[in-house]
Structures are given as structure tokens and as C-alpha cells.
Design a protein around this ligand. Sequence first.
Ligand SMILES: Nc1ncnc2c1ncn2[C@@H]1O[C@H](COP(=O)(O)OP(=O)(O)OP(=O)(O)O)[C@@H](O)[C@H]1O
Ligand SMILES: [Mg+2]
Length: 393
Amino acid sequence: MKLTELTINGVGGIKFLHVTFRPDMNIICGPNGIGKSTLLLAASFPFFHGHTQKIKRNITSERGSISLKVEANSANFNPVADITVHLPTESAHYFNDDGFDKRKLIKFEIMRNFDYKHLNALNADKSLSNDQISQQLNSGVNLNDIKDWFAKRDLFENVKNGYGPNTIKNIHLARECISILNPQFSFNRVDPKTYDIFVNTPTGVIWYEYLSSGFKSCMSLLLGIIKEIELRYPEQDLFAQEFDGVILIDEIEIHLHPEWQARITEALTTTFPSAQFIVTTHSPHVVQNAKSNQIIALVPDSNGTVRVKELPENGLGYSAWTVEEVLLDVMGMESTLSRKLQELLDNFERLVDEENFDKAKEIYDYLDIALHQNSVLRKSLRISLMSIREREE
Ligand SMILES: Nc1ncnc2c1ncn2[C@@H]1O[C@H](COP(=O)(O)OP(=O)(O)OP(=O)(O)O)[C@@H](O)[C@H]1O
Ligand SMILES: [Mg+2]
């Protein structure tokens, strides 16, 4: 299944927006409040089997609507939903059976951390009802049951007539995921007495809940996807790498250092090569590592609404661009200089024009210390400063 097109009319802050999706990775970027999370919510709304208070019509529109195009099993579907509610306590409902498998859309919200959870016992797998799957579109994938799911499969992997061959492949994949972003970390064991999961790390063998927030965020995504695929299809023995559904992730870079921000999308697409991802980000490192045409950059329109920005396209993505070039030309930042530096440079330029050597030198002396030791600015500031003296002579 793939989402191919989404049209939003009068929903949340979006008056009108039409986007087309690629079948692999779609990275949505744009300033705060432009409508990235609204876009994810709108794309997921036709997968609801229930109600949500999260989606509202645009306050200035008479009514809102969402039209989604879905391709599944070589057939095309076009669910359309009206959004009429706007009060905080009102819910929008969607119960339509549109003819495609609604279990195939998995959504992660921005909360992806978890604390230690003591398991008294391992529970039988609870297959998820349509209502529970729908509930997860509201609150994001349930991360609380990952430990139980993982521990059970690890401990009972070799039980005769137990798990199917693909479920066993999935637990191997899940263990490998622990090392995917840093090979110095690896799965150690599940303790059969406590059901706790232990991980080898450069600083010792630790409980997996002791991992850092960035690590836990990645584990939540990678293990969360495998777990969901299994619990949503209890009657089937599916290999997670073959999952061809849709995965929505809000703010993919959350908790991650730039080095991991740069690698998270590739880690996801190599682990789940058949899935379609639609993710949002504020990270230039995520954008820099996008392949050609994977970026959907939302920008404010002249009439105060939102549009998809046409991006410079060389067919090779942005991996040869600097972070600064990505910020300016893709993510729409006006300047990558701090406000303070910009102000000092503007003042310096004005003082040079006014031939006020003493005041210009004050700024130069400050920047001589404050600039990065290799900054090329220092030299050009000195030349400008000296030009005042030359003009005086
Ligand atoms: N019912 C509504 N009518 C009009 N505008 C709305 C309505 N609901 C929300 N908005 C506007 O839409 C914005 C929310 O958009 P959204 O949360 O999708 O932004 P975002 O791009 O995800 O931002 P961020 O990067 O901060 O997460 C709000 O900032 C608000 O200004
Ligand atoms: Mg958002």
C-alpha cells in the first residue's frame, strides 16, 4: 500500500494544500506552525475507525475536507472526509470502510522515550482490534508493550512448534536494530528471571532502559514498527522487512545528535525497504541526506496560507550541499548568522561608510576575539577597516 496524493482544504491552519508522495521516503520540512503535523494527521484520518479531537476545520473556513489517494493491491482508492468540527471538545468521526487494509498505516508521535518497566510475567500476545489501532493514530504507537513483545520472542525463539519462521527472522532483525546506529552497542540477553533486556555498551552491560534518549528514540521506532506489524497481523507470519505499509513519523530527529540525524532515514529505509515513510523534520542533517525528490518543503504563501516550495533539483539530492546551503535554499532560513553577529556586521558596515574608524575598530576588536579561529570574515573586516585609513590619507 502507498499513499500517492493528499489534498487538504480548510483543516487546521491549512486553507489549501496538495501534495504528492513518493513510494519510499518523504521528508516534510518547514517552519513552526506551517502545517507539517496537520499534514500527517490529515493523511492518517481516513485510516481511523473512530473519533479524534485532534483534527479541526480551519476556523475561517465553512467546512474542511481531506481527500487522500491510496494505492493498494494494484487498485486505487480515494477516501474523502469532511471535517466540520472546530470546538476543542468536539470530535471528528471516521468509520468508513474504504476497501483497503487500515492496519497498514503506523503512526509515531513525538513522544518516543520510555522508562523502566518491571514485568511480573510475560503476557500472551494481544492482537490489536481496529479500535485500538485507530486509537494509536491519536496517540502514536504504544511503546509500552515493546519490552514484553521482545522478551517473549527472545526467550521462546527455539521452542518447538512455537513461532513461525518469519517471526523468528523478526526477532533477529530486532536484535540487529540495537546496533544499527552504533555498532559499539549490541543486544546482550533477556534475563529469564526478570524478563529485563540487557545491552552491551562501551560503558558496561546495562538494562536497555538505561540507554540514552536518542538511543531509546531509535529503538522505539525500529522495534516499534516490527512489533506493530506482528501484533496487527496475529494470524499471519509476516517478515517485517517485507512490510509494504505506510509509516508516519512526526519530528524524526527528536533526541538525536546531528550525526544520527544524518543516518536515521537511511537506517529506516534499509530496515524496512518496502515501506513508505512520511516524516516531518526541522533538521538540516535529515534534509542533507535525502535523495533526490524526497523533500516536501512547506513555505508560507503570499496570501498567508501554505504551499510546496519548488526546490532546486539536480537529480542527486543534497548530500554534496553544506548544511548552510540546505538551511538557506531548502529550509528557507533567511540567514545562518546569529542576530547578534548580523547586527554587529550591519553596524560595522555603516561605520565604515561613515568613515568612523574608532567606532568601527571597536566592533572589529570585539569580533577579532569572538569569531571562530578560522573565520574568513576576520580578514575582510580588517581590509574594510584599513580602507577608512587609506581614504583619510
Ligand atoms: N482550527 C484552526 N484554524 C486555524 N488555524 C489553526 C487551527 N488549528 C491550528 N491552527 C494553526 O495551525 C498551526 C498548527 O500547525 P501544525 O501543528 O501542523 O504545525 P507544524 O508545522 O507541525 O509546526 P511545528 O514545527 O511547530 O510542530 C498552529 O500554529 C495554528 O496557528
Ligand atoms: Mg508539528
